[in-house]
Design a protein around this ligand. Structure first.
Ligand code: AMP
Length: 419
């Protein structure tokens, strides 16, 4: 036999028994998108590396370590093209916003998409090279009401998906007015303790001192004594953050302020937030996260436009649901259409007629013995078998109870199934 080929490391096949949870979570995201008046947008799976380098920052993990590069075909002009698979969608959406002059539309724009993202990271539980995010972006509103609305939306998503115990962690990392002084304060503090920093933090200290705070190897006492972002906010940022907290309190969203939460990308300003299963904030990776990016569109060559968004990881949401013992709700009853004779045309016509009225049907295309057909219908999860007799008469068999009604009409079949 020929040698088999496996899926690339860090990717996963979702087999039919796993996809019920995915359909459920995607349906919750789509329904919330409708209720929160979000419009769908789609962007390419890959973009110029420069977009990510400029937008996310050269020193972000996504750009520095995890860029999944894409080359053009061999011998083509683009053979060594500086493209990369998207590690997150915000930079691409901001690019599209600028490219299509979307600033002239009545704003703020409320956009959403669900799709795969790619990071060339070391694969482990809850960390894949291809994963799916539900993404929401609101462009053109400086907040803080829209910040509260999005944080509440993310929280509601987890609750409606079936995770009751999710907490939002929030922080403010200031803006271009107050962040420089905060950066200096962090550099001064961590320089004093340079010997206790891990290699990543030591290297980044002067480039991106905020990232030192979310280094998992940072000793707790060093983290606890570090200058806090909210103590360094300018008046406008402080007012924004206080406003956000007041609104979250009024909405009853469960949240905590986390002084170490800075998010990994350079484009964030002011509000940063992440979601965790309550009680597991320390040990577990975030379920999802987001933040405000008031400088991003300008950084990418557009007019100054505020924005805020989140990316909620569906893979981790589903892992958490599985850990919580989630089971798919019973699906719609399935009808198997089988028969003793070999009139497959009639079986297919009956199947089509039932399907036209919304019923799920699985016809048996074989000429096996009726008993075998009934057995495999039950194994395939059918609740009913509709048996087409050699004389064309229909019999309806309840596969769970083993009861059978002979000489039924299609109307009676429909009534029995939906009753
Ligand atoms: P981030 O912007 O890195 O905070 O990512 C937002 C969310 O996407 C995370 O909270 C995760 O749920 C998900 N995510 C990010 N990276 C990965 C990954 N490598 N594998 C699976 N999910 C991920």
């Amino acid at each position: 036999m020929a040698k088999t080929i496996s899926a690339p490391r860090g990717t996963r096949d979702l087999l039919p028994e796993e996809t019920a949870a995915w359909s459920h979570v995607e349906a919750v995201a789509r329904d919330l998108s409708r209720r929160y008046a979000l419009e769908r947008i789609e962007i390419p799976l890959f973009e110029r590396v420069e977009l990510f380098a400029r937008g996310l920052g050269e020193s972000s993990d996504a750009v520095e370590k995890e860029m999944f590069r894409v080359a053009g075909a061999k011998g083509s002009e683009e053979e060594a093209a500086p493209w990369a698979l998207r590690p997150e969608p915000t930079a691409g959406i901001a690019r599209a916003f600028i490219e299509h002059g979307m600033h002239v539309r009545p704003g703020p724009l409320r956009l959403t998409m669900i799709g795969p993202m790619f990071r060339y990271d070391r694969p482990q539980a809850g960390r894949y090279r291809q994963f799916v995010q539900w993404d929401v972006e609101v462009i053109g509103d400086a907040g803080p009401a829209v910040d509260a609305e999005l944080i509440e939306l993310g929280h509601r998503f987890y609750a409606e998906a079936g995770l009751r115990d999710v907490v939002a962690r929030i922080n403010s990392i200031g803006d271009s007015t107050c962040r420089p002084a905060y950066r200096d304060a962090l550099i001064a503090y961590f320089s004093e303790h340079a010997g206790r920093l891990g290699p990543d933090s030591a290297r980044r200290l002067h480039v991106n001192p905020l990232r030192v705070l979310d280094d998992k190897t940072l000793p707790d006492d060093l983290a606890a004594g570090a200058p806090r972002g909210i103590d360094h906010l300018c008046d406008a940022c402080r007012e924004h953050f206080d406003g956000l907290r007041g609104l979250l309190d009024a909405l009853g969203v469960r949240y905590e302020v986390d002084h170490r939460l800075v998010r990994g990308l350079d484009y964030y300003t002011r509000t940063a937030f992440e979601y965790y299963v309550a009680g597991r904030e320390g040990q577990q990776q975030a379920l999802g996260g987001g933040g405000r990016y008031d400088g991003l569109i300008e950084l990418l060559g557009g007019r100054p436009t505020p924005g805020i968004g989140f990316g909620l990881g569906l893979d981790r949401t589903i892992l958490a649901l599985e850990e919580a013992g989630w089971t798919p709700p019973a699906g719609q009853a399935l009808v198997a259409v089988l028969g003793a004779g070999d009139d497959h045309g009639r079986r297919l016509a009956i199947a089509a007629e039932l399907r036209a009225t919304g019923i799920a049907v699985r016809p048996d295309g074989s000429t096996r013995k009726l008993g075998k057909q009934i057995e495999s219908a039950a194994k395939a999860g059918a609740a009913w078998a509709l048996i087409v007799g050699e004389d064309g008469a229909l019999a309806l068999r309840d596969l769970e109870r083993g009861e059978q009604r002979d000489s039924v009409t299609l109307g009676e079949v429909r009534a029995a199934i939906s009753g």
